[in-house]
Ligand binder design. Structure first.
Ligand code: HSE
Length: 405
């Protein structure tokens, strides 16, 4: 028997207990051992809960119990999750977490402790919710040089953008609906400002390069400035707008960024809607593969946590290499990255198009009826060059969204 403790009995923690129960037979068959939840750590009481007897309020009970071999951290946030996860590893316990904030901030150190002590620190659920993504990246694609990772990594913002596209809602209306449905946090900043996507693309890049990426170095722009007017142009163009986390790796260089992208119908992620996530990974000999599924939610995320428990059950005495070391991976400045741009400008295209073309070269023009503005799509150029050229139109620019077909 393997005894497990679950820290945090919220959405994910209770989901983990549920999945372990629902799939008990399958898990026992697969691991050859029974996985039993000995403790559930939470500050709250759960009167009447079928697992009431396992609830404890004191972390030290878990830390000091030598029978507990695997600890699931599902508390969220960096503190005290970091302190507890580190203490568990130092006490000789394997740790599984769904917490991207913890992994992005302290992954390097926690992985090093796990390596040194022949334990495992696994975090499949921290990126892409239920989508098997980190294990394929570090194991199935271990022989590939990963050149690019790009995708929709946040379910809440994808839901909001889908609502705006389909129903013409404003950002505020769609956010309110997402909150009502329990997708967005009460304080939705981490989702809508792109911080959640930033941590996820940071984790993916660290695993792909084997080096530590500092999430604070990743240029991050959320979706709060996207408007219903942008979606009117998108509808006319047959495009969509999605929040992307992207990492392009070449030699020792990595361009990592988070921003809304306008994408065309031919883009593989065009039809990824609602709370779904999808990630494209390009390897040097493999080409591009795509991962798609539920990026958030209780049971999908818990399923990924349980997959880590099952993985560890087969490696109780050895460390599974992830390749993530403490070497630093610098992030290239955004100015060096190349995009096309969707640009909304005040005024009439008849008056301004000559100036626009003089600055940006040939540019596709889009007009909507009865609007005192028009839009253009530029050719490809580096962000630094775009900013320099766009400075001349500063007074007129109403919106800028990076664009790819
Ligand atoms: N807030 C996150 C999302 C949860 O909406 O994708 C999953 O990481």
């Amino acid at each position: 028997m393997i005894q497990v403790a679950v820290m945090g009995y919220g959405t994910i923690g209770s989901g983990v207990v549920e999945v372990l129960e629902t799939n008990k037979d399958k898990i026992t068959e697969k691991t050859g051992k029974e996985i039993a939840v000995k403790y559930i750590l939470d500050l709250r009481e759960f009167p009447g809960d079928p697992h009431e007897a396992q609830i404890v309020h004191d972390f030290e009970i878990i830390e000091k119990d030598e029978d507990v071999e695997i600890v699931v951290e599902a508390m969220g946030g960096v503190n005290p999750a970091y302190k507890f996860a580190k203490a568990c590893l130092l006490a000789g316990k394997h740790v599984v977490t769904s917490n991207k904030a913890l992994v992005a901030a302290h992954g390097t150190e926690l992985l090093a402790i796990a390596r040194e002590k022949n334990l495992n620190f696994l975090f499949e659920a921290s990126v892409g919710g239920g989508i098997p993504l980190l294990r394929p990246l570090t194991q199935s694609l271990a022989g590939e040089k990963i050149e690019e990772i790009s995708g929709i990594l946040n379910g809440t913002t994808n839901y909001i953008l889908t609502k705006m596209a389909r129903e013409g809602q404003t950002f505020e209306e769609a956010l309110k609906k997402a909150q009502e449905l329990g997708y967005a946090e009460r304080n939705p900043e981490a989702d809508v400002e792109g911080y959640d996507t930033c941590r996820k693309i940071t984790i993916l890049t660290s695993l792909a390069t084997g080096k530590e990426v500092n999430y604070e170095d990743v240029p991050t722009e959320g979706i709060t400035k996207i408007t219903d007017t942008d979606f009117k142009y998108a509808a006319k163009l047959g495009t969509s707008i999605k929040l992307f986390g992207t990492s392009r790796m070449e030699g020792n260089k990595a361009s990592v960024y988070v921003c809304p992208m306008m994408i065309g119908t031919d883009h593989p992620l065009f039809a990824v809607n609602d709370v779904y996530n999808a990630v494209m990974v390009r390897g040097n000999t493999l080409g591009t593969v795509m991962f798609y599924g539920s990026g958030a939610g209780k049971l999908p995320t818990a399923s990924a946590v349980v997959s880590d428990i099952v993985e560890i059950a087969g490696h109780m005495e050895d460390n599974i290499p992830t390749g993530w070391t403490d070497e630093k991976q610098p992030v290239a400045p955004m100015g060096e990255v190349t995009f096309s741009y969707f640009l909304r400008l005040a005024g009439k295209s008849a008056d301004k198009l000559a100036d626009v073309r003089a600055a940006f070269g040939e540019a596709e023009t889009i007009e909507l009826p009865e609007m005192d503005e028009f839009a253009v799509i530029t050719g490809e150029m580096t962000e630094a060059r775009f900013r320099k050229l766009a400075a001349a139109f500063e007074e007129d620019i109403r919106q800028t969204i990076r664009y790819t077909k």
